[in-house]
Design a protein around this ligand. Structure first.
Ligand code: 4AD
Ligand code: MG
Length: 436
C-alpha cells in the first residue's frame, strides 16, 4: 500500500487543490457544531483551513466523533476542496473521513488570558497564531544574518560560553561554579573574536548570550541571542556601513518571505519595505543631545548615557534606524578607544531602531593601547591579570579592528511589532522567570 500524501494547508489556500480529493492532518484550532454540521478550523504549520463535516457525508460514528472532539486534538481528515468565500482563506474541505489521533483534554488556554499565564503555558502557547508568525520571522532573520556574513566572506567562528572574564561590565555577569573554580556565562563573543581576526580577518557568530539584568523592562532578557561580527582593518565609518547594510538585508528578506506573518502581527509591510530601501542617518551623541534639547526641551547632561525615554523621544524625529556615534568615553566598556578627533568620546556607535524599540546594535573600534585598557579595568575593580591573553593580541601584530553585536530579539521585536521582547524568543528567561 502506498503511503498517504498529506497536503499542506497553505498549498490548499493558494488554490491548487480545488475540487481535488485529498488528506490533511493537523490540530483542531476552533470547532463549532449545530445540528447536523460541524465546522472545524484545522491548523497545521502553514495555515488554517475550514473543514466542514456534514452528517450525510460520513458514518454516524465519525460524525459523533467530529462533534465531540475538543480543540488541540490531533486529527486526520479526508475530503474534497471547494471554494467558499465565507470560509477563512476562501476554501473549505468537505470532509468524508474523520480520524482522531489523540483526543485532547480541555485546553488550559482560553481567550483573553494574562501575559503571565501565557508565559506559564509557553509550551502550549507556542501553537498560537502570534507565536507561529513570530517564530517564522525569527527564522528568516537568523537565516538572513548567516547569509549576509557568508555572502561577504566572513568565517563563522565559535567562542566558549564559559568565560573567565567580563566584557561588558561585571554587574551583569552570571557566575557558574566550575569544578573548584568559578567562571561566567558569556556576555559577548567579542574578546575571543578579537583573537580570531588575526588569523581569519573577518569573523561572525550568532549565539546565546547571558546577562543578569536586574531591571524589569520590555527590552531586556537574561538569556538572548547576539549576532556579532569582528573584522581586521575596519575602522568606525566602515563598521557603521556594514551594520546598516546588514539590517537592510534582514528587512528585505523578511518583507520578501514573511508578508503573511507580518499581517498576522499587524505590522505594516510597506513601511518595512520603505525602511529597507532608505538611507539610515548617522549622527553623533552631541547631535542627539542637541536634537533632544531643541525639539523636545529635554536636557541630557553631557556624559550621561541615553535612557529609554530619551532614545524614544529622539526616534520621533526619524523613520528609519539611526546610528549614533561618539558616546562619552567614560560610560563605555574598557576596550573602546578615544576618538583622536573628538576627545573624551569613543570610536563607537549604537544603532537605534524606530518606534520605541531602542538600541538594536552596539559596536566600536577596539583600543590598541594596553596601558589605557589596564587603567580602565582597574577603575572598575577588574583584575588586569585575567586579561593578559587579550593584551597579547596587541603585542603580536596588532592592527586596527572593529566589531559589533546585534541583539537578535531586539530586531525580532521591532520587525514583528511586539509589545515585549519576551515574545521574540521561544522560552524567555528574565529576572523572574526561568520556566518552563
Ligand atoms: O551593546 P552591547 O552590550 O555590546 C556588546 O556586547 C559588544 N561586546 C558587542 C560587540 O561589539 N561584539 O550588546 C549588543 C546588543 C545591544 O545593542 C542589544 O541589541 C543587545 O545586544 N542586548 C540585549 N538584548 C536583549 N536583552 C539584553 N539584556 C540585552 N543586552 C544587550
Ligand atoms: Mg550597548
Amino acid at each position: 500500500m502506498s503511503e498517504t500524501k498529506f497536503v499542506a494547508i497553505n498549498e490548499i489556500l493558494s488554490g491548487n487543490y480545488t475540487d481535488k480529493h485529498i488528506s490533511v492532518r493537523g490540530w483542531i484550532y476552533r470547532t463549532r457544531s449545530s445540528g447536523n454540521i460541524v465546522f472545524i478550523n484545522l491548523r497545521d504549520a502553514t495555515g488554517i483551513l475550514q473543514a466542514t463535516v456534514k452528517r450525510d457525508n460520513l458514518s454516524d460514528e465519525m460524525f459523533e466523533e467530529a462533534k465531540k472532539t475538543l480543540i488541540e486534538s490531533s486529527i486526520i481528515v479526508k475530503g474534497t476542496i471547494a471554494e467558499d468565500k465565507r470560509a477563512p482563506g476562501g476554501y473549505e474541505l468537505r470532509v468524508d473521513t474523520f480520524q482522531v489521533l489523540q483526543s485532547a483534554e480541555p485546553f488550559p488556554i482560553v481567550e483573553d488570558q494574562s501575559p503571565e499565564f501565557l508565559l506559564d503555558q509557553r509550551h502550549l502557547w507556542l501553537r498560537s497564531q502570534k507565536l507561529n508568525a513570530v517564530l517564522k520571522i525569527r527564522s528568516t532573520i537568523v537565516g538572513a544574518i548567516h547569509q549576509f556574513f557568508r555572502d561577504h566572506d566572513y568565517i563563522e567562528f565559535d567562542a566558549p560560553v564559559l568565560q573567565p572574564n567580563q566584557c561588558e561590565g561585571g554587574a551583569t555577569l552570571f557566575e557558574v561554579k566550575y569544578y573548584d573554580n568559578k567562571t561566567y556565562l558569556s556576555q559577548s563573543w567579542q574578546l575571543y573574536a578579537e583573537a580570531a581576526v588575526f588569523s581569519l580577518e573577518k569573523v561572525y557568530n550568532m549565539g546565546p548570550t547571558f546577562r543578569a539584568e536586574k531591571s524589569k523592562t520590555s527590552r531586556h532578557l537574561s538569556e538572548f541571542w547576539m549576532a556579532e561580527m569582528e573584522a581586521a582593518w575596519v575602522k568606525l565609518p566602515k563598521l557603521t556601513e556594514i551594520a546598516k547594510k546588514e539590517v537592510q538585508f534582514i528587512l528585505k528578506q523578511v518583507v520578501e518571505k514573511n508578508s503573511p506573518e507580518l499581517q498576522v502581527l499587524d505590522q505594516d509591510v510597506e513601511k518595512l519595505k520603505h525602511i529597507a530601501e532608505s538611507e539610515f542617518p548617522t549622527i553623533t551623541y552631541d547631535k542627539a543631545l542637541s536634537i533632544l534639547k531643541e525639539n523636545a526641551n529635554m536636557k541630557v547632561p553631557w556624559g550621561k548615557d541615553l535612557r529609554t525615554i530619551e532614545e524614544n523621544k529622539l526616534m520621533e524625529y526619524f523613520e528609519t534606524p539611526v546610528v549614533v556615534t561618539n558616546y562619552p568615553l567614560e560610560i563605555m566598556a574598557f576596550y573602546k578607544p578615544e576618538d583622536p578627533k573628538k576627545p573624551k568620546t569613543a570610536l563607537c556607535f549604537d544603532m537605534i531602531a524606530p518606534s520605541g524599540y531602542g538600541e538594536i546594535i552596539g559596536g566600536s573600534q577596539r583600543s590598541e593601547d594596553i596601558d589605557y585598557m589596564k587603567k580602565r579595568l582597574r577603575e572598575t575593580g577588574e583584575d588586569e591579570e585575567n586579561y593578559e591573553w587579550y593584551f597579547d593580541l596587541r603585542r603580536y601584530g596588532s592592527v586596527p579592528h572593529s566589531g559589533y553585536g546585534l541583539g537578535v530579539e531586539r530586531v525580532v521585536a521591532w520587525i514583528c511589532n511586539l509589545d515585549n521582547i519576551k515574545d521574540a524568543i521561544p522560552f524567555p528567561r528574565t529576572m523572574n522567570r526561568f520556566q518552563p
